[in-house]
Design a protein around this ligand. Structure first.
Ligand code: ADP
Ligand code: MG
Length: 633
């Protein structure tokens, strides 16, 4: 279309188009949620202005009472939501309402892409995703044919108008000079969405969505405009006056989320430092939990005034899944975000909050072990970061942690593991790897299985890190079964077999073979040894006591933080028929070449068991074919 107006024409970013496509065509039955999105944005905008005005009071100027006004107009078939908050500049309009800028929307786009991969699921997921995640501002197009956003940034002279039909793109033009500060969003309602221009209907909806909003929401229109919410910050009310629905609605509002809270913590502390916390643990893992730029979701208020959601000292990184509000009376109102970083009051509040959350988790774990595992599955990986980052709370965190093991089907705690230890067992055994289920078959576990000794199967990347720093639990050291010497001879009372040898010298028989293997594999392994951990397999790879786990080596090599040099040890099982036969060959004359070939096959086989590829796949294939040819020939 030719551009006939004074405005500039912009196209939507591709992802926005995709979202709009769904939104515009959706017959989502709860489409009234678009109002929640608009109210939530208006309330955010007022919070932002209130914060900026701490430093520059001129911004509030002649209109200091922040509020949201909603105006249904049945005659014009429109609905208008306006706020006198921060407003948007020309560039902010383009950026915020033309790309995927918002957090809630980003989440939706992410899920869409996910669903896109699975065409079968796609059909129904589109619509249910709207309900789950919300689509932010773009939800307005569920009810409107055309949306107009008129905005003046606080402190700016000029105002701008953004218009779009939600299909192709949008236009921006200068707005009237007398546009008041803030943002006014007008929806030209779709034919089947006229209900949103009726005062009664709109009033019912906004009662639900504005109950927890801490600033006044006004309904204007026919008669006199009136305030329809209490505008009391929800967290300042008594617990007994707040319904479960109100908590949930508030959680969704502050958390920009759409699931149910798994845990709600609402407390008031009146000690040396007075504060109120209303915190939530979500019931599902947010998509960006491991995004390095992600921050926690706890907003800091001072006497009901929003200060920041970027106060890092308030919540440790390993609790970054927390959402909610902390409101303190003991911080100055005009405190800057920078000063907050090292503020002793914030540090004290943080300490108390962490304690409270940990206590509550402990209670949950005791009262409802099953429900607790759903929490652990969603956030256990993050909690484990605390084991190595937060030395002070390490023991408590280890108590809260849950693990997979070769002895149980679900999860186990360390306390339960201790309860199952065998007579004479003094250590907690661990194996790290990629997947607990497949790790159960690892040759490293053979000797442990034979003695019925439990091994924890640690299959998350973070396990590599905490196992390096945490050396013991209740004085029982953690020992990796793929590392150093394993001596199980003292374990198991009457089960302890007397053929178990405690000397580390290779039994005379394998010495010539080991010498030849070392020679053949020089530069590829650090050492070749007899194994005490194998009972069925011929060989495996382990690392020395002080060396880094193989998986950690791999992880660091993949990110370039470690050279390709690996320090591994090949262990061979002296009781395995292959090894005894090879030992016999090694003792004969002229066996060098045969053993050399076999040495490489043994190593490659051990590598495959570690989930890696042979160093030289072509050579591996040739050697294997040769060996097979000899077997059938
Ligand atoms: P989110 O609220 O999750 O950030 P939205 O899609 O709801 O995502 O909004 C996108 C962005 O547009 C917001 O982050 C904000 O910067 C801007 N915005 C939306 N509505 C308003 C408003 N009423 N006043 C000021 N800025 C707004
Ligand atoms: Mg929003």
């Amino acid at each position: 279309m030719a551009d006939t107006s004074t405005g500039e024409r912009h196209e939507f970013q591709a992802e926005v188009n995709r979202i709009l496509d769904i939104v515009v065509n959706s017959l989502y039955s709860k489409r009234e949620v678009f109002l929640r999105e608009l109210i939530s944005n208006a309330s955010d905008a007022c919070d932002k202005l209130r914060y900026e005005a701490q430093l520059d009071s001129a911004l509030l100027k002649d209109d200091p009472a922040l509020r949201i006004t909603i105006t249904p107009d049945a005659k014009k078939k429109t609905l208008t939501v306006s706020d006198n908050g921060i407003g948007m500049t020309h560039d902010e309009l383009v950026e915020n309402l033309g790309t995927i800028a918002g957090s809630g929307t980003a989440k939706f786009a992410e899920q869409l892409a996910e669903a896109e991969k699975d065409k079968a699921k796609k059909e129904k997921s589109d619509v249910s995703l709207i309900g789950q995640f919300g689509v932010g501002f773009y939800a307005a197009f569920m009810a409107a044919d055309e949306v107009t956003v008129t905005s003046r940034r606080a402190g700016a002279d000029e105002a701008w108008r953004w218009t779009s039909d939600g299909r192709t793109g949008f236009e921006i033009e200068p707005a009237e000079a007398d546009t008041p500060r803030g943002t006014t969003i007008t929806l030209k309602l779709k034919k089947d969405a006229k209900e949103f221009s009726e005062a009664l209907r709109v009033e019912t909806i906004i009662k639900t969505y504005s109950e927890h909003v801490a600033l006044p929401v006004w309904l204007a229109g026919d008669g006199e405009a009136r305030q329809i919410n209490e505008a009391a910050a929800l967290w300042t009310r008594q617990k007994s006056e707040i319904s479960a629905d109100q908590y949930t609605e508030f959680y969704r509002h502050v958390g920009h989320t759409f699931d149910e809270p798994w845990l709600t913590l609402h407390n008031r502390a009146e000690g040396v430092i007075a504060y109120t916390n209303l915190l939530f643990i979500p019931s599902s893992t947010p998509f960006d939990l491991f995004d390095p730029s992600r921050r926690h979701g706890v907003k800091l208020y001072v006497r009901k005034i929003f200060i920041t959601d970027e106060c890092e000292g308030l919540v440790p990184p390993w609790l970054r899944f927390l959402k909610g509000v902390v409101d303190s009376e003991d911080l100055p109102l005009n405190v800057s975000r920078e000063v907050l970083q090292n503020n002793p009051v914030v540090a004290k509040i943080s300490k108390a909050l962490v304690k409270r959350v940990m206590n509550e988790l402990k209670k949950k774990a005791e009262k409802d072990p099953e429900g607790y595992t759903t929490f652990w599955e969603a956030f256990g990986q993050v909690m484990k970061e605390g084991i190595y980052e937060d030395h002070e709370r390490r023991d408590e965190l280890l108590k809260l942690a849950r693990f997979r093991s070769n002895a149980v089907d679900g999860w186990t705690s360390l306390d339960d593991y201790l309860g199952r230890m065998k007579d004479g067992q003094e250590q907690i055994y661990t194996l790290t790897g990629d997947k607990a289920e497949t790790m159960k078959q690892s040759p490293m576990l053979e000797a442990f299985k034979a003695k019925d000794v439990e091994v924890l199967l640690l299959d998350e990347p973070v396990d590599e890190f905490w196992t390096m720093s945490a050396d013991a639990f209740e004085e029982k050291p953690f020992v990796s079964v793929s590392r150093g010497d394993i001596d199980l001879s003292t374990i198991g009372g009457e089960n302890a077999s007397d053929e178990e040898k405690t000397d580390d010298e290779p039994s005379g028989d394998t010495a010539p073979l080991i010498a030849m293997l070392k020679l053949a594999l020089e530069g590829e392994v650090k050492d070749v040894r007899e194994s005490k951990r194998l009972t069925d397999s011929a060989c495996c790879l382990v690392v020395d006591e002080g060396d880094m786990n193989m998986r950690l080596q791999k992880m660091l090599q993949a990110t370039g933080q470690l050279g390709m040099q690996s320090e591994r040890i090949l262990e061979i099982n002296p009781k395995h028929v292959l090894i005894t036969s090879l030992s016999d060959i090694a003792k004969g004359d002229g066996a060098t070449r045969d053993v050399e070939e076999m040495a490489h096959l043994l190593l490659d086989q051990a590598l495959i068991l570690e989930g890696e590829l042979p160093k030289d796949p072509a050579a591996f294939a040739r050697r294997l074919s040769d060996a097979m040819a000899r077997a059938v020939g």
